[in-house]
Design a binder for this molecule. Structure first.
Ligand SMILES: CC(C)CCC[C@@H](C)[C@H]1CC[C@H]2[C@@H]3CC=C4C[C@@H](O)CC[C@]4(C)[C@H]3CC[C@]12C
Length: 548
């Protein structure tokens, strides 16, 4: 693609001239499509605006230092991808002219697709929602309405204890510093390989696995308990939406370690009497990795199968999940389903790493079309101040598409809705423990996930993550031993696969079965046997997989 050629020889080492002209720039997530922008590349700095006049007037929409970005050319799509670490750009050529300082301006413009496309303003790309300011989301006065079970103080003198306060509040050992580990080197040594097959040093791990992380999406299950008692369908939707957003809050603290990949057949249960639900999950496929889960309570059922793809852009990784989340509320016979936002690990190779969610999440009630909900996780603009970070905005729409409720806030700070009869904060994350940095950025809830009490030990199947030895060693701070064990666990998994292949057998998950949903998508559904078997005859009396 001859985008910018300085007349003369290819060996011309003189300072390149200014390149300028119109390019098509992919619109910010989630708004698909392209819009035309005027770009100017001078001394390695790429600036852009809506028009040439705007550039001249210094009215920039953005600028970036190309020498610090990773550029990749997608010939087939005729696209240039620029990963600046803090943000990702996708550009397409429509027409570009070259101007060297000595040349006059060639301001001819070729007709292009750009002309036929609708014009959009960057600023109006997001739904403007008055109620979503940071100030309001963190307005203490509005917060008294939230009911949280997890922050309530324990009652004194309580006999049998399953209150959150009786669970452990810290981990046996703090996390070790892993900043010295060269992820670059690991990647270079594995060029061309499927990264999910590359064994990473355990020091990059946190002592929970993806099945446990999936269960963290239920940390704010009280929002569903509330939703199951709201007669008004629009208001009910607001609470379901807040629940879907609450599952993203961990990202502002959990960017330094990666969870363990569950081995095929690994299970994880979470029996939360204090919260009124029981959760079961299983790794049902290894390549591609798929984790299925199912939770039940008096007030809701919750299930999903998590499958995702990674896109590495040079500095950042985008994680695109394809499974849908499902929630039913028995009182109103509702069945909600929604997609997931994209999670981006910015600057994945460096210490400036941070996570961002963006994209549009649509919640539908498959049992009724009274209302739908659209949530936008706003992609932050790198040139704007920090307060646009982590913004999320949503609307509940009626059948005619009219807005009934608006809500918004920041996914790491809280969600406020001012269209309810009493405007209020719908959700606010629990306060992080003071020492969270030392302990992998774990919330109180996350610290409880891998706890193995004697009572649990007696009833869990041996495939439960809590028995996974390498993860346990890491939790205890024994990194060297954990590393060795991790190799063994992975080797054992490979052996098992080989054996099965030899026998021509296919792995059959134990608690989930493959099925098709109404839209014909492949889904994994709970087969209803886990809690029954646990009770009778008990997992110590059943045949279980030997995973480690
Ligand atoms: C190189 C390493 C140490 C950097 C840390 C990477 C961390 C931040 C990455 C590794 C694996 C990632 C997870 C992989 C899969 C999913 C499922 C998706 O539906 C939501 C995001 C989520 C939960 C990702 C969040 C970010 C994550 C935890």
């Amino acid at each position: 693609m001859d985008m910018c050629s300085v007349p003369g020889s290819t060996m011309d080492l003189s300072i390149p001239g200014i390149c300028e002209g119109y390019l098509m720039k992919r619109r910010k997530y989630p708004l698909k499509g392209w819009h035309k922008r005027y770009f100017l590349l001078e001394k390695g700095i790429l600036k852009y605006s809506k028009t040439q006049q705007d550039i001249q007037r210094g009215k920039l929409h953005g600028s970036l230092d190309v020498s610090l970005a990773v550029m990749s050319i997608n010939k087939k799509a005729k696209r240039i991808d620029l990963d600046a670490g803090d943000s990702l750009y996708h550009l397409k050529v429509s027409y570009m002219i070259t101007r060297t300082p000595s040349m006059g301006r060639h301001s001819h413009r070729a007709p292009s697709v750009a002309d036929s496309m609708a014009e959009y303003f960057d600023a109006s790309e997001v739904i403007v929602c008055e109620s979503s300011s940071e100030a309001e989301a963190s307005d203490e006065s509005g917060l008294s309405d939230i009911t949280t079970t997890s922050t309530s103080e324990p009652e004194e003198g309580h006999g049998e204890c399953y209150r959150p306060s009786c669970r452990r509040t810290t981990l046996p050992a703090p996390g070790t510093d892993n900043s010295h580990i060269g992820i670059m080197t690991i990647l270079y040594n594995n060029i061309g390989k499927d990264l999910s097959r590359v064994s990473m040093p355990v020091a990059l791990n946190e002592p929970v696995c993806l099945l446990q992380r999936l269960s963290e999406e239920l940390e704010y299950s009280e929002l569903l308990d509330i939703a199951n008692h709201i007669d008004d369908p629009y208001e009910r939707m607001v609470y379901v939406a807040a629940f879907s957003i609450s599952g993203y809050a961990w990202a502002s603290w959990r960017y330094r370690y990666k969870p363990f990949n569950p081995v095929l057949g690994e299970t994880y249960e979470s029996h939360r009497e204090d919260r009124g639900f029981h959760y079961i999950s299983e790794q049902v496929s290894h390549h591609p990795p798929i984790s299925a889960c199912h939770a039940e309570s008096e007030n809701f059922t919750f299930w999903q199968d998590q499958r995702w793809k990674n896109k590495f852009w040079g500095k950042s990784v985008e994680i695109i999940s394809s499974g849908l989340v499902n929630v039913t509320l028995p009182k109103y016979d509702d069945h909600y389903e929604w997609n997931k936002a994209v999670t981006c690990i910015h600057n994945v190779l460096s210490q400036q790493r941070f996570l961002e969610h963006y994209g549009e999440v649509v919640i539908r009630n498959t049992k009724s079309d009274v209302c739908t909900c659209k949530i936008t996780f706003v992609k932050s603009r790198y040139w704007s101040s920090d307060n646009s970070k982590n913004e999320v905005q949503g609307v509940v729409l009626d059948q005619a598409g009219e807005v009934v409720h608006r809500f918004g806030g920041l996914w790491h700070e809280g969600i406020f809705c001012d269209t309810l009869s009493t405007p209020k904060c719908i959700w606010k994350p629990n306060v992080q423990p003071d020492d969270h940095f030392q302990f992998y950025g774990f919330s109180r809830y996350a610290r409880e996930l891998n706890e193995l009490t004697p009572e649990l030990k007696a009833v869990l199947p041996p495939t439960d993550t809590r028995f996974r030895p390498d993860q346990r060693l890491l939790e205890e701070g024994k990194v060297t031993e954990a590393d060795k064990k991790k190799d063994e666990v992975e080797e054992k998994q490979r052996e098992r696969r080989k054996e099965m292949a030899k026998r021509g057998e296919e792995h059959i998950p134990r608690f989930f079965r493959k099925s098709l949903d109404e839209a014909g998508r492949e889904v994994w559904l709970y087969n209803g046997t886990y809690w029954k078997l646990r009770k009778d005859p008990g997992f110590s009396n059943t045949k279980n997989l030997d995973l480690w």
